[in-house]
Structures are given as C-alpha cells and as structure tokens.
Write a new protein. Structure first.
Length: 344
C-alpha cells in the first residue's frame, strides 16, 4: 500500500504514534519477550511462557513485527494456517540478553532519561526568567561512573566501538603511531578497540576518576593492562600528558567551560605531526537533521552545555592552532549524527 499524499500534520501525528512504539519496545524488553523468541512461536505459546494474555499479546506482536523487531512466519498445515513469530536479526543482536551486543538496558535508560527531560522542558524554559532559582541538577562524577558501568558500556560495546573502527579506517596512515590517548574514555571499550586495531601502540584512557576506575576494570578483563594505562582527572584542571601521536575525543567538548583553552591544551599534548580526531555533534544547517540532533542534545543545552552550529568547531580548531582540519559526518554513533574532525 502506497500513499500518494500525506496530511501536513502527519509528521506531528507520527511523533505521537512513536510514543506507543517506544512503549511497546520497552514492554517487550521488560517482559523478556525477545529472549523467548529466538525460535519461532505462536502468540499462545509465548503467552504461556511469559504468563501474558494471548489475545492482547497478538496485536503487540504485530506492532513489533511492523517495527522490524520480529519476523512473522505463516505456517500451513492440514488446510489451515497459523502465524508464528521469531526475533528479527537486529533485535536478536541488540535485544536478546545473552547476545554479546545486548544493549536493551542502555536503550531503556535513554528512553527514560529523554522522557524525564521532556516532562520538565516547560520548567527549564521558565527558569530562564528567574535567576534566583538553582540550576537544574547535573549528574555527579559517581553517577557518570555508574552509567559507564551499567549502561554506557553496553552502547560502547555494541555500537560505538564499531563506529569508531569505521572512522579509524578512514584516517590517514596510522602505521607510525606509537602512543594514543582516549580523552573521555567512559567505560574504556573504545580504548580497548583502539589497542586491538593499533597493535604496536601503547595508550592512555582518561576520564573523571570514578569513571576511569570502571575503564581500568574493563581493561584488566581484556588483559591489556600492559599496553593501556588509565588516568583519572578533570580535563579542565589536570595534566593529560604529552607526546601523543593520536588523540581520540568523543562527546567531551560539549561539557568544557572554555572550548578554546581546552583545544589549545589538546594540541599541546600532541607530538609533532600528531593527529587529533574529534567526534562531536553540531547543529546542522538543514531542518530535518537539526531536529534529530536537537532532540538528543536539547537536555545538554538546557543545562548550559555547548552544542555549536555546524562548522563552528572547525573554526575553533583553526583558532587553537591546528594547521589542517578535515571533516566528515557519521551517522553510526548512538542516537544522532556527529561531525568527525581530523586535525593536525
């Protein structure tokens, strides 16, 4: 069925409908639905296993099928047909708990945090008129560490690592690199992936001390402690080292109070001819892309953090003393597209 015309309000109606789709996915994850559908089953069989109402479960299964999260199999026997369901390839990879790329907890956290922010958006706007009210609370260092250990690690392992390696594939020759820095390493999965991709390298993973402790644990599990060191500190105040041939920095610059000073500090930490790769979102110049980026980054902006217009970071990098800055877009990182800057 193809529709030739859509009502001007259809995009707005789609927003309302997407809320139900998100609830369907959240409910499926909570019930363990994908875990019991690695083999095809009927609605009645699924209902028995999960103690659910089979009549009400059927339309939910149809919705998940329409969202490409389930496969629908028509089975014919004795002149009768029944419908059976099985988890789709993508859902099997990301939403079945025993999968190495499972990130259902991370997705549920993203949904909850974005909805909590959305419910408070009106309050955020009103606070601008009242300067005496305290600013909205921001996550503590320990909160970031907890997220790194329980949620962000899932996304890094399942999504960010693969995206990062695709960026690495596009970089200039890296054979001469001996030392790298993952600045803002989170749980450390990207640093681990870089160490595997650059086997001649030694690296440093840097983040706030509680989060750096999480990265250290993951690096020890990966048995890379001899090649990867971990440093806990505050980028704005503490030494990040020097003489790096390669610095990787993703989704960190949004949080620094002085972007120009931070970029100069990063440049000073590079060895002569060293490469700096920045992976950060910027507000695109076209409306549809801007809507996607801002839907994710609006909470940061409301808390006073920085997400610049497209091209602004390139200007800041040149102003900080980088001689060359190449840029390209990647839509492989979680939630929203990012701009990748490759700088020397």
């Amino acid at each position: 069925m193809q529709f030739q015309h859509t009502h001007p309000l259809q995009p707005c109606w789609d927003l309302a409908l997407a809320s139900v789709q998100a609830d369907a996915l959240a409910t499926a994850l909570s019930a363990g639905l994908f875990d019991v559908l690695t083999e095809q089953s009927s609605a009645e069989e699924i209902a028995v296993r999960l103690d659910l109402d089979p009549n009400k479960l059927e339309p939910v299964l149809k919705l998940l099928w329409g969202m490409d999260l389930l496969e629908l199999i028509q089975v014919y026997a004795d002149a009768a047909s029944t419908q059976r369901y099985r988890v789709s390839c993508s859902a099997k990879r990301y939403f079945v708990k025993h999968s190495p790329d499972y990130c259902g907890d991370a997705w549920t956290f993203r949904l909850r945090s974005l909805r909590e922010f959305g419910a408070q958006l009106s309050d955020h706007l009103q606070r601008r008129a009242n300067k005496e009210e305290p600013p909205p609370p921001v996550p503590t260092d320990q909160c970031w560490a907890t997220l790194a250990r329980t949620k962000i690690v899932q996304e890094q392992r399942a999504v960010t690592v693969e995206a990062a390696l695709k960026v690495i594939d596009r970089l200039p020759d890296l054979k001469g690199i001996r030392r790298f820095l993952d600045l803002g390493c989170g749980p450390g999965m990207v640093a681990i992936a870089l160490a595997h991709a650059l086997p001649e390298c030694h690296g440093t993973a840097f983040d706030l001390p509680p989060t750096a402790a999480v990265a250290r644990q993951n690096i020890e599990v990966a048995q890379l402690g001899a090649r990867l060191s971990v440093q806990g500190g505050d980028l704005t105040r503490d030494d990040i080292g020097h003489g790096y041939d390669f610095i990787w920095c993703a989704s960190v610059l949004h949080f620094v109070p002085d972007l120009a000073q931070t970029l100069r500090k990063i440049r000073a930490a590079l060895a002569p001819g060293g490469l700096f790769v920045s992976i950060h979102a910027e507000i695109p110049l076209t409306a549809p892309q801007a809507a996607t980026v801002l839907a994710y980054y609006l909470p940061l902006l409301m808390r006073g953090h920085h997400v610049g217009r497209q091209g602004e970071l390139v200007e800041a990098l040149f102003a900080a003393g980088f001689d060359s800055v190449g840029t390209f877009e990647s839509d492989l990182f979680p939630l929203a597209p990012v701009q990748v800057q490759v700088c020397r």
